[in-house]
Design a protein around this ligand. Structure first.
Ligand SMILES: [Cu+2]
Length: 112
């Protein structure tokens, strides 16, 4: 069974909700909507990896990337990211547009 979560992204550098939970082994369809006027993205991973990634993006601001653990949305766009949470623990997500994560655009999934 697939659970559905809706997350909105705003120019106040917030995800709403910024926390949700999932069961280990559960597949979650995350509907993400950019309600802001600038691009935002939602990247799932560990915060350490994402800090490295954010640094890489600062060095290559025009880097185009599309990976299965992330979704990049232009203003007003909505799309879905499907993710299977394998193990119990906390999984982070963040917006890696330069400056956004640093401004607090992060969230957390509690996997039970
Ligand atoms: Cu953002």
């Amino acid at each position: 069974m697939t659970k559905t979560i809706k997350v909105s992204m705003k120019d106040t550098m917030t995800f709403t909700p910024s926390q949700f939970s999932a069961d280990a082994g559960e597949t979650v369809r995350i509907f993400v909507k950019n309600e802001g006027k600038i691009p935002h993205e939602l990247v799932i991973g560990s915060l350490d990896n994402m800090k490295n990634h954010a640094e890489m993006m600062r060095q290559m601001p025009n880097m185009q990337h599309q990976e299965s653990n992330m979704i990049t949305l232009q203003p007003g766009q909505m799309s879905a990211l499907i993710w299977k949470f394998d193990e119990p623990g906390d999984v982070d997500f963040a917006c890696l547009i330069p400056g956004h994560m640093e401004a607090g655009m992060v969230g957390k999934v509690s996997v039970n």
